[in-house]
Design a protein around this ligand. Structure first.
Ligand SMILES: *Cc1c(COP(=O)(O)O)cnc(C)c1O
Length: 350
């Protein structure tokens, strides 16, 4: 017997996921695709998506923190590479090393802590240069000293420099070009002290897809695999990707021409979107009227009845907008819309 679907749920379409993954990999090849699964695979669920991606041949996973990295290691077994880059010298880098995690190292203290965590095998590190985001990473003026120290630790057998990397805004081509110039200089400096890492990686979804010269040896992709396009375009159809998550519920009541839905701001629906976005039902769009704490209402248009299925966002099959369209309505990005979907709302995989 199959269980009835929960009234409100996030449907995760695995075929669309497979297709997006194939589209992205085909596009960026021969660069390697690291699949970024921070925040529980952008709230789609690592437990299902990570083993699936591994079976499809993904060899690199981006975890963010050590705890997630170790969880991924348990999910994928020994062969895949797992990259964690939100690190501090207080993290359990010994456990990370034991788990064969690749560490993204963006300051001297973490470099030393990583080297101290070496056992009989060197710790695999990826050195991060700050190319302008000013968040994390070694500043250009410190870089020569940093890579010299890394080369020394590598010659002592305590670390192995597997990668050199950075992160860019992907908000302006001009800023990204400046960042890439700095990145290239940092690679020359690393070469100058004898470092020849196998993986140079700089781009996330947008730059890797749209700007081939940003791909280097590997790209780190989250958003596009989940079918989320950048706010302001280019949108999903242009990119050849499709949203994987759709947020679905049913009408609980119709009164005064408004259909009441049992989901609201405290489930992650941005209340600022009221009046600005529609929802989809049966192929038609219905304007959102109100978004309260735990319910919302939409214009029934004389069509919606109690128990009718309504889709807040998804690929558009039922007339609904995408998560990116919600994001654009409230001035944010589609990733934020999907990761805000309350974790207590069940994910149903199809
Ligand atoms: C989140 C993240 C990515 C993935 O970004 P998308 O735009 O979702 O593809 C890549 N690299 C780093 C360092 C990140 O934090």
């Amino acid at each position: 017997m199959t269980q009835p679907e929960p009234l409100t749920h996030a449907r995760i379409d695995l075929r669309r996921f497979d297709r997006n993954l194939a589209v992205v990999r085909g596009r960026v090849a021969p660069a390697e695709t690291m699949f970024v699964v921070k925040n529980d695979a952008y709230a789609h669920g690592v437990d299902v998506l990570v083993p699936r991606a591994a079976r499809a041949g993904i060899r690199w996973f981006g975890a963010l923190d050590v705890e997630t990295a170790l969880r991924l290691r348990a999910l994928v077994g020994g062969s895949a590479r797992v990259f964690a880059w939100l690190l501090s010298a207080r993290d359990d880098l010994g456990a990370a090393t034991e788990g064969g995690i690749d560490l993204g190292v963006g300051d001297r203290a973490v470099l030393e802590a990583a080297a101290s965590a070496a056992t009989d095998r060197p710790v695999r590190v990826h050195l991060k240069i700050d190319t302008g985001l000013n968040r994390n990473g070694v500043r250009a003026e410190q870089w020569p000293f940093f890579v010299a120290r890394a080369a020394q630790l590598q010659s002592e057998g305590r670390i192995r420099v597997e990668g050199i990397w950075s992160h860019i805004s992907e908000a302006s081509d001009r800023d990204d070009d400046d960042a890439r110039r700095l990145f290239d200089e940092s690679l020359v400096a690393a070469e100058g002290v004898g470092l020849a890492p196998e993986y140079r990686h700089l781009a996330a979804s947008a730059a890797s897809f749209l700007r081939p010269e940003f791909r280097y040896d590997m790209v780190r992709i989250g958003a596009f695999v989940y079918g989320i396009s950048p706010s302001g375009g280019p949108h999903e159809p242009e990119l050849g990707i499709t949203p994987v998550m759709s947020l679905r519920t049913r009408v609980v009541e119709v009164r005064s021409g408004e259909a009441i839905l049992p989901i609201g701001a405290w489930h992650g629906v941005p209340s600022a979107a009221a009046g600005l976005v529609p929802v989809g039902a049966g192929g038609r769009r219905h304007t959102v009227v109100r978004i309260e704490r735990d319910w919302m209402s939409v214009n029934a248009g004389g069509l919606l009845r109690q128990d009718d299925e309504v889709v807040l966002f998804g690929p558009g099959d039922d007339g609904e907008p995408t998560a990116t369209e919600w994001a654009e309505a409230v001035g944010t990005i589609g990733e934020e819309i999907v990761v805000n979907v309350d974790r207590r709302i069940p994910r149903i995989y199809r």
